[in-house]
Design a protein around this ligand. Structure first.
Ligand SMILES: NC(=O)c1ccc[n+]([C@@H]2O[C@H](COP(=O)([O-])OP(=O)(O)OC[C@H]3O[C@@H](n4cnc5c(N)ncnc54)[C@H](OP(=O)(O)O)[C@@H]3O)[C@@H](O)[C@H]2O)c1
Length: 297
């Protein structure tokens, strides 16, 4: 029997690599859509695996060049997309990537009779619609759900990769944190979220919210990072209004950076606890990442 083929857009990113691995382990053939195929040959910065040896095919495509996304869905049964703007790119907006790039993929998927489109948006989106990235995600969710394409939208909390940066601060011995750090979050490991993503192929749910098995205050997530590097926690809390003011100024000086920071500022001001799944714990992730970084030094 022929394997089902899945196009993974965003395959070189933190989540994308785990999703490639999970699809392959469950017997799917994977076509990876990437800007730079070489990236798949090495591990990522937050322990995410190299996957170039797992994929059946690689195709190059860039969301800012929508012609490059034409025909990428030819012969594909399922499209999974976590293609998104998470770091500032010169002159590029989340509207261009998260919304219009994914819309171009959807148009190609419709033209090639793809059976299902699975998309990663964000948890608590309705509370953050003033944030460019969230708005762009949700504009695409609207396009997807109003099209004829069967779909599931996954809404995860923060990824462990996002918490990885706390480790760098902990190593320096000090960290600034927006707000009082008392809001709660249940961050999720890429491997745990990948299982939810692949399960979504057979799911009839239109939307699935997912977080990891451990719920912590933001302060506790930072405590664990300090513990992993063997240092005492030292956090300076910054009032939320300072973050808002800094964002306002950054908006004039560096719009792409402000757009990414706005997401972090909004998330810091909310509880982000989604239905729990998975087996990976944040403390173990920090310890593993800290040990890997030590061997590099
Ligand atoms: N991180 C979180 O805590 C979190 C939480 C909820 C939802 N999400 C959403 O989940 C998705 C994946 O997040 P992640 O942390 O795995 O992000 P990531 O590691 O930055 O991966 C993003 C992927 O999108 C690709 N991409 C970016 N710009 C592109 C472009 N112009 N054309 C084609 N591909 C492009 C990247 O390719 P390159 O490798 O070439 O850059 C990469 O493969 C994002 O949409 C994000 O908003 C993230």
């Amino acid at each position: 029997m022929n394997k089902q083929k899945v196009l993974v857009a965003g395959a070189s990113g933190y989540l994308g690599r785990y999703v490639v691995k999970e699809f392959v382990e469950r017997g799917y053939a994977v076509r990876a859509l990437v800007r730079n195929p070489e990236k798949l040959a090495t591990d990522g910065p937050n322990l995410e695996p190299a996957v170039s040896s797992l994929v059946d095919e690689m195709v190059r495509g860039d969301a800012t060049d929508r012609a490059s996304l034409k025909e990428v869905c030819k012969g594909v049964d399922i499209v999974f997309s976590c293609m998104g703007l998470t770091k500032p790119q010169d002159g590029v907006t989340s509207e261009e990537i998260d919304h219009l790039g994914n819309r171009a993929l959807l148009e190609d998927a419709l033209a090639h009779d793809v059976k299902k489109f699975i998309y990663i948006s964000v948890f608590n989106a309705e509370k953050m619609m003033d944030v460019d990235i969230v708005k762009a995600h949700e504009l695409f969710v609207h396009d997807l759900q109003s099209s004829a394409m069967p779909s599931t939208v996954i809404r995860p909390t923060g990824f462990f990769s996002d918490m990885g940066m706390f480790l760098a601060s902990a190593r320096s011995g000090h960290m600034f944190m927006l707000g009082d750090g008392k809001n709660h979050v249940n961050p999720i490991h890429g491997a745990d979220l990948a299982k939810v993503c692949v399960d979504a192929v057979e799911s009839s749910e239109k939307e699935i919210c997912a977080g990891g098995p451990g719920t912590y205050t933001f302060n506790e997530t930072v405590d664990m990072a300090f513990e992993a590097v063997g240092k005492n926690t030292w956090i300076t809390h910054i009032p939320m209004w300072v973050g808002d003011a800094a964002l306002f100024v950054t908006g004039f000086l560096n719009k792409p950076l402000a757009s990414i920071l706005a997401f972090a500022v909004s998330v810091s001001g909310l509880d982000n606890v989604a239905p729990a799944t998975g087996t990976h714990h944040l403390g173990d992730f920090y310890r593993e990442l800290a040990a890997k970084e030590e061997t590099k030094q």
